[in-house]
Design a protein around this ligand. Sequence first.
Ligand code: 10E
Ligand code: SF4
Length: 316
Amino acid sequence: MRVILAQPRGFCAGVVRAIEIVDRALLQHGAPVYVRHEIVHNRHVVDNLRQKGARFVEELDEVPEGAVAIFSAHGVAQTVERAAEQRRLDVLDATCPLVTKVHVQGRQYVSAGRTLILIGHAGHPEVEGTIGQIPGTVILVQSEAEVATLELPLDTPLAYVTQTTLSVDDTRGIIDALLARFSDIVGPDTRDICYATQNRQAAVRELSTQVDVLLVVGATNSSNSNRLREIGSETGVPSYLVADGSEVKPEWFANAQTVGITAGASAPEEMVKHVIDALRALGPVDVTTMAGREEKVEFKLPTKLTQPVVTGETQS
Ligand code: 10E
Ligand code: SF4
């Protein structure tokens, strides 16, 4: 069996930064530190940090007053920021800077007097965070069909922003429908879909022309990983989302000579190796990596975590 690995795949700069924030917080403060929501949508990442002393909670009232609390990479609403202040929590914000950029953009549109449309998936934590970062009403649009049902005067001053991990193609369709229906609407084209999402989608689209089966390593609650699997399916290749090698099923490869593997932005490379090992258990495999875009994006850590840790007492 031939295996071709997508390039780029796996961790994006926002995920690397978020995990580093938890690691450094543990070093600086000692266990436990509290993380609101999964730091990124991956059980292996979460379990690893839990073993090191991180405690994962869904709401801040589960965090003792004054403790270290880390916001996940997906971002939080302003009500969560205020609740953290009230509980005097020592907050470290692991929101990806590209998500924060969408919050800032949305607030700018609203303060310029426009009604804001957020293109995204209801209930996703990034969407809840973005809605909660914008003062006033935010209208959530999830599909092209929903655009026709919006009950707004056609000349309402509107603006749109998007979730960062959407399908580039679906989002373009929704934006085109908005532009066609409303006469005074502005927004950032598809640029709110982050570089990592766009690069992984472009790579998987190309990879799917060369493979008989596609495996996407990622979690079922990971938006960006689900979009990668959908692209594989849309191109007609049987495509499966797997958390790790234990979920790989031999019958998927009955007629397959070439298998493509990619990984969502929150999936560790160890899990890609685990999946390759599962394929090896079925027979010999020859692994290559497709030629692809190199990513050099890095985000700064919060300054609180870049100060040297002072240990022991100073001598007089
Ligand atoms: O479900 P998502 O794809 O949004 O999140 P993830 O944790 O799987 O991957 C990282 C992406 C983030 C934080 C959204 N911008
Ligand atoms: Fe940031 Fe994009 Fe990664 Fe989300 S997927 S954490 S927006 S770089």
